[in-house]
Design a protein around this ligand. Structure first.
Ligand code: PLP
Length: 338
C-alpha cells in the first residue's frame, strides 16, 4: 500500500514545467533581477484596448454574476458565426462551450471521451499538458515520435492504431515545433479517424499565427470527420488574453453537453467579464491582431537569422505559432555551453 496520503492519479502527476520555470523567473524579477522570460507561451503585448474597454463596460453595467455554465448566449452565437466564417464548420451555439481557457476544455474533452483501457495518440514533440491530462483521465498516452520538420503524416499514425485507440491530439500550428499539418494530410488523418473509429481533439489555439498559407480546420473536411472531432480554441494567444482565462470548444452535441455537465460540477462558468470582453475580441476591430502578428513575424525572421549563425544548433523553421524548436544535440557533443 502506498504511504502517500494523496490519490494515485495525483502522485504520478507531473506539474507543469513551464509554469514552474515561470514562477522562478517571477520570483527573481520581484527580487530585482532583470531577466528575459522565455518560459511561458505568452504574448508580451497588452490586451487590445477595445477588449479592455468592453470588460470595463460589462463590469459597470453589472454583468458580474454567474452566467450560463456553457457561456453567455451572445458569445456562443458569435463563436458559432466565427466557426462558420473562418473555419467552415457549422456548429450551432448549443454545440459550443466556453470555459476557463482552452486548457480546461482540453481536459474536459479528455475526461468526457477517454478513460481506463483507452489509448490516446500524441504526436511528439508535444505540449506536455496533453500527456498529463490523458493520464488524469486514466487513459494511456501513446506518443508518435516525429522527426524534423515535425509535420504529422497519416502514415506516422497508422502503425500506432490499435483496437484501444480512442482519440488523437492534433495541434496545428504546434507548440513547441511550430509545424503545420497541410490540408491534404489533414484529410487523410481525418479519414483514418473515421475508418478506425477514433476521436480527434483538434487544438487550434495558434490558428491565427501562421506565416504563410491559410489555416484549415480538420472538422471542416467532411461531415464524418466533423462528427468525431472536438475543435478547441481560445483568446489567450491571438488576442493577448492569457490572464483572462477564456477558451471555447465546438463539437457534436452529446460530447459538448457532457463537457458542460462536467464544468457545471467543477468551475461553473468562466469569468462573466472575460466573456463580454471575448465578444468584443471576435466582433470588434481586428487591427491589433495584425500588428501583433507582424511583430511575431519580425522576431521569427530575426531569430532564425541569428540562430543560423551559431554552429551546431539546428533550428526548424516554424510555419506558425511563436516558438522556435532548437536541436542542441550536436552542441552537447562539442561541450558548448547552451
Ligand atoms: N494549447 C496549447 C498548444 C498551448 O500552448 C497552450 C498554452 O500554452 C494552451 C493550449 C492553453 O491556452 P489557454 O490559455 O487557452 O488555456
Amino acid at each position: 500500500m502506498s504511504s502517500s496520503v494523496l490519490a494515485k492519479r495525483i502522485q504520478t502527476l507531473s506539474p507543469s514545467a513551464t509554469l514552474a520555470v515561470d514562477a522562478v523567473v517571477k520570483k527573481l524579477e520581484r527580487e530585482g533581477t532583470k531577466i528575459l522570460n522565455l518560459s511561458l507561451g505568452e504574448p508580451d503585448f497588452k490586451t487590445p484596448e477595445n477588449i479592455q474597454n468592453a470588460a470595463v463596460t460589462a463590469m459597470r453595467e453589472g454583468y458580474t454574476h454567474y452566467t450560463q455554465t456553457a457561456g453567455i448566449p451572445e458569445l456562443r452565437t458569435v463563436i458559432s458565426e466565427k466557426f462558420r466564417k473562418e473555419n467552415s464548420i457549422d456548429y450551432d451555439p448549443s454545440e459550443i462551450v466556453v470555459g476557463v481557457g482552452s486548457k480546461q476544455l482540453l481536459y474536459h474533452a479528455m475526461m468526457a471521451l477517454c478513460g481506463k483501457d483507452d489509448e490516446v495518440l500524441v504526436p511528439t514533440p508535444t505540449w506536455s499538458t496533453y500527456v498529463e491530462q490523458i493520464r488524469l483521465a486514466e487513459a494511456t498516452p501513446v506518443c508518435i515520435q516525429l522527426q524534423p520538420p515535425f509535420r504529422l503524416r497519416a502514415q506516422d499514425i497508422e502503425k500506432h492504431i490499435t483496437p484501444r485507440t480512442k482519440a488523437i491530439i492534433l495541434n496545428s500550428p504546434s507548440n513547441p515545433t511550430g509545424a503545420v499539418i497541410g490540408k491534404e494530410e489533414l484529410q487523410k488523418i481525418g479519414d483514418l479517424a473515421v475508418k478506425h473509429n477514433f476521436w480527434i481533439i483538434a487544438d487550434e489555439i495558434y490558428e491565427k499565427l501562421l506565416y504563410g498559407g491559410v489555416h484549415v480546420s480538420v472538422a471542416s473536411l467532411s461531415d464524418a470527420i466533423r462528427a468525431r472531432t472536438i475543435t478547441i480554441n481560445g483568446f489567450s494567444k491571438s488576442y493577448a488574453m492569457t490572464g483572462w482565462r477564456i477558451g471555447y470548444a465546438g463539437g457534436p452535441k452529446e460530447v459538448i453537453t457532457a463537457m458542460v455537465n462536467l464544468q457545471s460540477q467543477t468551475t461553473s462558468n468562466t469569468s462573466s467579464i472575460a466573456q463580454y470582453a471575448a465578444v468584443e475580441a471576435i466582433t470588434g476591430d481586428q487591427k491589433s491582431l495584425g500588428i501583433m502578428k507582424q511583430e511575431f513575424e519580425k522576431r521569427r525572421e530575426y531569430l532564425l537569422d541569428e540562430f543560423s549563425r551559431i554552429p551546431n544548433l539546428k533550428v526548424v523553421e516554424p510555419d506558425g505559432a511563436f516558438y522556435l524548436f532548437i536541436h542542441i544535440e550536436a552542441s552537447l557533443h562539442t561541450g558548448m555551453k547552451t
